[in-house]
Design a protein around this ligand. Structure first.
Ligand code: NAP
Length: 572
């Protein structure tokens, strides 16, 4: 073993293969360059952007979006950590603007020259001497259709998890008799050709919600079928601020982690029901708020209230052009059924024993490193579904992976990794409803901090509060923007402090489009966080005392003290 290690340390990782030129692939190239590695990115299409580049005609095995998609994470929360999105860009960006941002990023960090476009990766295999070298044989097909083999010291897989549509036709008896058209949401592009038609949309994830709303503006009627309902969140939060900037805050998350799960859910559900009552709108699920990946849709209640979208239960069967629902109701003359039923992921170019995937579950340490291989020279990037933005997560994963490749950061033992994987699986299955869409869920701040700990870039809050209180308070109480992970350690960015101090200015800038005589003073983020935090605690306490005294058992002072100690230890 020691002789292997010896040889391994002598053979420095240099050449890194990056598979995919979407947002994860681009930030992977950048992290390689930052660490002095030589990245070569293989991108099967002719351009960067991956999922976010709209194309009229979807290509097989590639993600594809509809023309109107607007992202549901706000610009300050979703940007790469050392490259803020320009102040004048809107807070929630249309896909064309996201592409513009990616192009700026690629140009600024000179990433394009490292990408080989129209080059498909056919196969990635550990080399025969992998135990010693950690190297990979990569077979590619060039744009001319020629096959090539190259040897790489490490591989980063950046293909996303929306490539293969999940089309569960077997769950829908009679679909073969259906006289109308049906397709997966991946093949939906615009509402134009469905004017005046009757449509059923299956699934109430973000695709189903968006597509139902858009179709309802032109269709005769849209039915939105859901087998378990959903809690609907919105982009526009309190005071019109982006909701993710309100909620993804450290202090708030710490408080939530100290309160019982049911109490946190109850508080959130009450708040959501203030906007529209999910019971009255036939949307209320049996599960709790935090047990499902959130559907974010500001317009859905308006469309339901106007009757253009009608919420329906699951489909029992289809017959000719009729659709029979589980409650026995029948809708006739249906022209289209859209299966907004999510995606499956796989790694078709990898041997299945290296990266096994079963029912959307991959065995990866922190969703990045396969624990079973002898050399840590393979990383999967962006294979998470966060409650928050994914781009900063992909970025921090690539910062971690490149340092692991170089041997600057060590992974735990295989036993330690397997234990962590198992623990995460258990936590996920106890919190989320069983569904193949809930296999890679992560909470944004918690996950970012976990990875940041490995690299040594997690912000040290107590130190910040002492040395630079203006910054420290913003980091603790304000939105957990990605710049927080560039304040110290490897990859430290001199602009991070200023970016944090000015994050609310960039948020407000695109809204200041008409001069006002007496502009409303904005509530400071600090005050808002304190108010929200204290309010949440007080409400929780009030509710617990009056409605469910047994909950107070969970507020056992010893447990609370343990949690406080844990957080304090982590802050240091
Ligand atoms: P998804 O989140 O996986 O949702 C799939 C939906 O289909 C769920 O409601 C699921 O119900 C339902 N479903 C699956 N199989 C079914 C079956 N056999 N019978 C009945 N219902 C079934 O997929 P998605 O909405 O396409 O979203 C994919 C990802 O893209 C998510 O991360 C989402 O946030 C993201 N996205 C973002 C935006 C945006 O930023 N604007 C827009 C679209 C999508 P169960 O819950 O019961 O399994």
């Amino acid at each position: 073993m020691s002789s292997c290690l010896c040889r391994y340390t002598k053979r420095m990782v240099q050449r890194v293969c990056v598979i995919g030129g979407g947002s994860s692939g681009m930030t992977a190239i950048k992290s390689c360059l930052e660490e002095g590695l030589e990245p070569t990115c293989f991108e099967s299409s002719e351009d960067i952007g991956g999922l976010w580049r709209f194309k009229e005609n979807p290509e097989s095995d590639r993600a594809s979006i509809y023309q109107s998609v607007i992202i549901n994470t706000s610009k300050e929360m979703m940007c790469f950590s050392d490259f803020p999105i320009p102040g004048h860009f809107p807070n929630y960006m249309h896909n064309s603007l996201i592409m513009e941002y990616f192009r700026m990023y690629a140009e600024h960090f000179k990433l394009i020259k490292h990408i080989r476009f129209q080059t498909k990766v056919l196969q990635v295999k550990p080399r025969p001497d992998f135990t010693h070298s950690g190297q990979w044989d990569v077979e590619i097909e060039t744009r001319k259709g020629e096959k090539e083999r190259q040897v790489f010291d490490a591989v980063m897989i950046c293909i996303g998890h929306h490539c293969h549509p999940n089309l569960p036709l077997n769950d829908f008896p009679g679909i073969d008799t259906f006289k109308g058209q049906y397709f997966h949401s991946r093949d939906y592009k615009t509402a134009d050709e469905w004017r005046g038609k009757k449509v059923v949309v299956i699934g109430i994830g973000n695709s189903g919600g968006d597509i139902a709303v858009e179709l309802s503006r032109v269709c005769k009627q849209v039915f939105l079928s859901t087998r378990r309902g959903a809690w609907i969140l919105n982009r526009v939060g309190t005071q019109g601020l982006p909701n993710d900037m309100n909620y993804n805050r450290r202090l708030l998350q710490i408080m939530f982690s100290m309160l019982p799960h049911s109490l946190v859910c109850r508080l959130g559900e009450n708040q959501i029901n203030q906007r529209f009552n999910h019971n009255i709108y036939s949307l209320k699920p049996k599960h709790r708020l935090r047990s499902q990946h959130p559907t974010v849709n500001d317009e859905l209640p308006n469309r339901i209230l106007s009757g253009t979208v009608m919420v329906k239960p699951n489909i029992k069967r289809l017959q000719g052009s009729s659709v029979v629902f589980d409650d026995g109701t029948v809708e006739d003359n249906i022209d289209l059924v859209v299966f907004a039923t999510g995606y499956n992921f796989s790694f078709p170019f990898m041997p299945s024993q290296v990266l096994p995937v079963s029912r959307n579950k991959a065995n990866l340490y922190k969703y990045v490193f396969p624990p079973g291989i002898e050399r840590p020279t393979l990383a999967v990037i962006g294979l998470v579904q966060p409650l928050g933005a994914i781009m900063p997560i992909s970025e921090i994963q690539t910062r971690w992976a490149t340092r692991v490749f170089k041997g600057l950061t060590k992974l735990p033992t295989m036993e330690g990794m397997l234990k962590d994987i198992k623990r995460k699986e258990d936590v996920m299955s106890s919190r989320y409803v069983a569904s193949q869409r809930h296999t890679i869920q992560v909470d944004y701040i918690q996950y970012m901090d976990e990875v940041a700990n490995h690299i040594g870039v997690r912000p040290n809050i107590l130190w910040l509060l002492l040395r630079d209180p203006a910054l420290g308070f913003r980091v603790l109480l304000g939105p957990c923007t990605p710049y927080q992970y560039r304040l110290r350690g490897p990859g430290k960015w001199a602009g991070a402090r200023q970016a944090i101090l000015t994050q609310w200015d960039r948020m407000a800038q695109p809204l200041q489009t008409r001069p006002l005589d007496n502009p409303e003073p904005r509530q400071s983020s600090l005050l808002l966080a304190l108010t929200v935090g204290a309010g949440a605690l007080a409400l929780g306490y009030y509710w617990a005392i009056h409605h469910h005294p047994s909950v107070l058992d969970a507020l056992d002072p010893t447990t609370l003290l343990d949690k406080i100690k844990h957080h304090l230890a982590v802050w240091w």
